[in-house]
Design a protein around this ligand. Structure first.
Ligand code: UTP
Length: 408
């Protein structure tokens, strides 16, 4: 794209400020900026004006959850099916580690955060150790696909190499990068993070399978015979990954996807609740939980939306291939976005100052015909690290690790 074409495109979207420093840029910086303008979808920025009405919800109803007593009854049989699938190389794991982890307040990838007290215990290390339990149980390596973004790719790969993959087989670890999306102020004007670069942020957790295809990782996975992908978040240091009982239950019930859920600790807890939406499996986000939904009861008198998702899903690959072309809803999220101020200085704001544009993995559930919500014991499997202190923090996760006998 040349300067005139870039100018025209920006003019159309009211974003001409992007060229403010063009005259003073070096040749390669000009080229980088023009290429970024060419690749950027500015259409999505204007959607922030309709943020409130962007994703209307359908009719929400309760969904049947496989609760702990039901699981206990069949634990052995499910586990056997799951172990068999792992042993046959049919199960892969996808670590979503492309997020910025802004709430934790570190510029490094979240997974390199050290939660140890008397020794090093990195978040990535905890996850690999959890996965190793299943590798040892099944006697087979599980392919691990790690999604990064351009903001943390090099640092993530370097860290795994430096730490010798925490004992995992490097042959079974593949990195791939997600795409970026522009980040804007509240009016939808894209921020600049350098004179030759618009501010961008990773485009959310929802694009992971598309990115696997784009990077040729999906093809490699298919050739390896993987039929199920356990997608999980970087920040839950207690979660079981490729958990044979969960894998077995999802397979045995013929579900297109399994979703690990925990009993919510309060009706207004900030986790998405499993539900049916217009008759299809779905997740209602905590900010969409109306007082009516919070108060709703099942026929047995239990809270109707009592199970929250923990971002640990088991997707059937053949279904992913079918839904991949469909457009997922766009979520416009308020965040802290580094930007160049009027004098051209980079500012790292202390408070949210604009929007990021994201697609979310939880919206993939609604695209599928069937889902098995699978309950796990909350204090054993849910220790998310979002913040440094308080709820869902390094502190609370340390406490839960201690409760589970993990030495820190
Ligand atoms: P979060 O919703 O906690 O977002 O991600 P975040 O960006 O990491 O953290 P904050 O909000 O800035 O503090 C849940 C999971 O989804 C991954 C994260 O790495 C985490 O495992 N994720 C999120 C991505 O892989 N890509 C994204 O674009 C966003």
């Amino acid at each position: 794209m040349n300067y005139q074409e870039a100018y025209k495109k920006l003019e159309k979207y009211g974003q001409l400020h992007v060229l403010k420093y063009y005259e003073e840029l070096a040749a390669e910086e000009r080229e980088a900026l023009l290429s970024q303008i060419e690749q950027t979808d500015f259409d999505m920025l204007s959607l922030c004006k309709k943020r409130e009405t962007l994703n209307p919800r359908g009719k929400i109803e309760p969904i049947a959850v496989m609760e702990l007593p039901q699981i206990e009854e069949k634990r052995e049989a499910y586990t056997e099916i799951g172990v068999e699938a792992v042993r046959a190389g049919k199960v892969g794991a996808v670590l979503l580690a492309g997020g910025m982890g802004t709430r934790l307040g570190s510029d490094a990838p979240k997974g390199v955060y050290n939660i140890g007290l008397t020794k090093d215990v990195f978040i990535f290390q905890r996850l690999v150790e959890n996965l190793m339990d299943v590798v040892n149980q099944a006697g087979a390596w599980i392919p691990l696909y790690v999604m990064t973004s351009e903001k943390n790719h090099d640092a993530t790969v370097r860290f795994f190499e430096e730490k010798k993959y925490f004992g995992y087989s490097a042959d079974y670890v593949t990195f791939f990068m997600q795409d970026m999306a522009p980040a804007s102020d509240y009016e939808g004007k894209v921020y600049m993070e350098a004179k030759h670069k618009m501010s961008t942020s990773p485009n959310g957790s929802g694009g992971w399978f598309l990115s696997m295809i784009k990077w040729g990782v999906a093809e490699k996975m298919r050739q390896a015979g993987v039929e199920w992908l356990n997608v999980f978040a970087v920040d839950n240091v207690l979660q079981r990954i490729a958990d044979p009982c969960f894998v077995g239950a999802t397979i045995a019930t013929g579900s297109a996807v399994g979703a690990k859920v925990v009993a919510k600790n309060a009706p207004d807890e900030k986790v998405g609740a499993m539900c049916l939406e217009d008759g299809r499996p779905s997740i209602v986000e905590y900010y969409d939980m109306t007082p009516e939904l919070m108060a709703a009861k099942t026929e047995e008198g239990k809270p109707a939306y009592d199970f929250g998702v923990i971002l640990n899903y088991l997707f059937r690959v053949k279904d992913l291939e079918e839904i991949v072309a469909r457009q997922l809803p766009l979520h416009i999220v308020e965040k802290k976005i580094p930007y160049l101020d009027a004098t051209g200085e980079l500012v790292k704001p202390e408070e949210p100052n604009g929007y990021k544009f994201e697609q979310l993995v939880l919206d993939m559930i609604h695209e599928l015909d069937s889902c098995l919500p699978f309950e796990v014991v909350r204090n054993r499997e849910f220790a998310p690290i979002k913040n440094k202190t308080g709820i869902d923090s390094v502190e609370s996760a340390r406490e839960l690790c201690r409760e589970n006998g993990i030495l820190l």
